[in-house]
Design a protein around this ligand. Structure first.
Ligand code: AMP
Ligand code: MG
Length: 321
C-alpha cells in the first residue's frame, strides 16, 4: 500500500500540505483513526462522505489544536461547556455548540450546531497545527462498520480511496469520544465514549442527562452501527452460549476478564478486568474476528460504569439492539 506511511515529522508535514490542497488524510487520534479534510473546504469534506459512503444527514466532528481554532468554527461556547473543555481538552470529549456561519453546511450536515474536539495525540495535534486549519474528521471506516484502531485496518477497508494514511501504531483509548451538549439548561449526553460521564459530572457538580436514541438532536446515532460482518450477540446467560455453539460451527466467545476452563474459542477483553483495557481492545477484537470469519461473536456484558457505558453502547449497536 503506497499511501500508508509512518507518522514521522516529515510525513506529517507532507500530510498537512495534502490537507491544505484539498486532500483527505487518515491520521491517528487517542480514540480511533480519523479521516480528515479541511473543515472549510466543501469539496474535500464531500469526498469524506463519498469515500465512507456516509449518509449526508450524519454530521462530522471538527478537530482543533487551539482555542483560537475553536472560535473559528463556533459562534459561542456556553460557560459550562467551556468548563468541560478547560478540564478535559486535549482529550476524548466532543462538545456540540452553535456553529460559525462561515463553516460550510456540509460539514455539519446542515445543522446550526457543530461538534468540536481537541484530540490528545501528538500526531493529530501536529497535523492540525501544520495545516493551520480545523480538520473535519469522522472515523476512518466505511459507514456502519467498526471504527479502526490501527492504520492497517484503515488501509484494508478504505485503501487507495484516501490520499495518505499516517501510521502511528494502535490508538490508546480505542473507542470514540464522548459527545455532550447544552440544551434547555441541561447537559445532555449524545454519545457515551472515551471520557466517563462520572468524570464530567464531577467537574460540573451536576447530573448529565441521557438522550433518548430517537431524539433528532443526535443524527447519525443509528441503532445498527459499528457492525462487523460476523453476527454480534450479547449473552445474558451461559445457556445462550451453549445454544449458540449447538447452532453454529464458528463461535468466538469474548469475556470481560480471564476465566479458566471455558470450552471453545475464547478471548478476554482484558486479562485483569480493567475497563480501560477492555475499551482499547474492543474494536481490534471485532476486526480480528471478522478477518477470521467467525459466524458469531458472543460477548458477555461488562459493568456499565466508567468506560463500560461506551463499551456496552458500541456492543448493542454492533448487535443491532
Ligand atoms: P464520528 O462518526 O465518530 O465522527 O461521530 C460523529 C457523530 O457526532 C455523528 O454521528 C453525530 O451523532 C455526532 N454529531 C456531530 N455533529 C453533531 C451536531 N452538530 N449535533 C449533534 N450531534 C453531532
Ligand atoms: Mg464513526
Amino acid at each position: 500500500m503506497i499511501n500508508l506511511i509512518p507518522a514521522t515529522p516529515e510525513n506529517v508535514k507532507k500530510a498537512a500540505k495534502v490537507i491544505r490542497r484539498g486532500g483527505i488524510v487518515a491520521f491517528p487520534t487517542e480514540t480511533v483513526y480519523g479521516l480528515g479534510a479541511n473543515a472549510f473546504d466543501e469539496r474535500a469534506v464531500g469526498r469524506i462522505y463519498e469515500v465512507k459512503r456516509r449518509p449526508s444527514f450524519d454530521p462530522l466532528i471538527v478537530h482543533v489544536a487551539t482555542h483560537e481554532q475553536l472560535e473559528r468554527v463556533a459562534l459561542t461556547i456556553p460557560p459550562e461547556l467551556k468548563k468541560l473543555t478547560d478540564a478535559f481538552w486535549p482529550g476524548p470529549l466532543t462538545v456540540v455548540v452553535p456553529k460559525n456561519p462561515q463553516l460550510p453546511a456540509i460539514t455539519t450536515a446542515g445543522l446550526e450546531t457543530v461538534a468540536v474536539r481537541m484530540p490528545d495525540h501528538p500526531v493529530a495535534l501536529f497535523l492540525i497545527q501544520e495545516a493551520n486549519l480545523p480538520i473535519a474528521a469522522p472515523s476512518a471506516n466505511p459507514f456502519g462498520y467498526v471504527s479502526p484502531t490501527t492504520a492497517r485496518q484503515v488501509a484494508e477497508t478504505l485503501g487507495d480511496a484516501v490520499d495518505l494514511i499516517l501510521d502511528a501504531g494502535s490508538t490508546p483509548i480505542g473507542v470514540e469520544s464522548t459527545i455532550v451538549t447544552l440544551r434547555n439548561d441541561k447537559i445532555l449526553l449524545l454519545r457515551p465514549g472515551g471520557l466517563s460521564v462520572e468524570e464530567i459530572e464531577r467537574v460540573l457538580g451536576r447530573k448529565v442527562e441521557e438522550l433518548k436514541s430517537e431524539d433528532p438532536l443526535a443524527p447519525g446515532m443509528l441503532k445498527r452501527h459499528y457492525s462487523p460482518k460476523s453476527r454480534v450477540v450479547i449473552l445474558e446467560s451461559w445457556e445462550k452460549y451453549y445454544r449458540l455453539r449447538a447452532l453454529y460451527r464458528r463461535v468466538l466467545l469474548v469475556l470481560p476478564k480471564r476465566m479458566c476452563g471455558v470450552e471453545g474459542d475464547v478471548i478476554f477483553l482484558s486479562e485483569r478486568g480493567d475497563l480501560r483495557e477492555m475499551a482499547s481492545n474492543l474494536f481490534r477484537i471485532l476486526y480480528a474476528a471478522d478477518r477470521k470469519r467467525y459466524e458469531v461473536i458472543a460477548f458477555f456484558p461488562v459493568p456499565e460504569r466508567g468506560l463500560g457505558k461506551a463499551i456496552m453502547n458500541r456492543l448493542r449497536k454492533a448487535a443491532g439492539i
